[in-house]
Design a protein around this ligand. Structure first.
Ligand SMILES: [Zn+2]
Length: 200
């Protein structure tokens, strides 16, 4: 494998990128000047050095003041609510809508329909966070309205039911407003607001 093929193979791992697009990226880099390539190089190295994963909600954040992100270390937020979301981009959309003021947990993936083990990503970290959230009254599941999203929501409910029952925590889901097949990342603020208000 030559250098161009090796890089193309790495690009193919990106979400939504196929072999043809991966090759276009490589040709683009070959055509770009050395300055652009070295900028890209250092941006990638800096990413690992400066962006951290929050100990509490598992989102990525740029700050090294502590092990928790700005949301989790903000004591003015509502400790009664925890919203479970698939990925960072979804969290950004909900946060931008301004309709939610509780805390978050980023699952970091979905449960595949083909995965019969039904293993939840980050399950132990999620349970630990719930154990440590003394004032928690409600867990809101904000999964995409796809078959896989619903399957993931059901898996979360099964995993959390014992602790929710024991602690008298309600588990709710986003309500109307989100059309079937919707990815939260692309939902507009008004839709997210209405889905949060009509949760059930
Ligand atoms: Zn956090």
């Amino acid at each position: 494998m030559n250098e161009a093929e090796r890089l193309a193979t790495l690009f193919e791992k990106f979400p939504g990128i196929g072999p043809r697009q991966a090759r276009r990226f490589v040709y683009f880099l070959l055509k770009s000047g050395g300055e652009y390539r070295s900028n890209l190089n250092s941006a990638i190295s800096d990413l690992a050095n400066n962006i951290h994963k929050c100990d509490s909600c598992q989102r990525y954040y740029a700050n090294s003041n502590g092990p928790k992100c700005g949301i989790c270390s903000n004591t003015a937020r509502d400790p009664k609510q925890l919203l479970i979301i698939e990925k960072d981009a979804d969290l950004d959309s909900v946060e931008k809508s301004g309709a939610y003021s509780g805390y978050y947990f980023v699952l970091g993936g979905r449960v595949k329909l083909t995965d019969s083990s039904g293993k939840l990503p980050n399950e132990q970290l999620l349970k630990k966070l719930i154990q440590n959230s003394q004032d928690l009254e409600e867990i809101i599941l904000a999964m995409p309205t796809t078959t896989e999203g619903e399957h993931t929501a059901q898996t979360i409910i099964t995993a959390l039911k014992p602790i929710a029952d024991e602690r008298n925590i309600t588990i709710t889901m986003l309500g109307r407003g989100l059309s079937t097949g919707a990815e939260l990342e692309y939902a507009d603020s008004l839709t997210l607001k209405s889905a949060l208000e009509s949760r059930n």
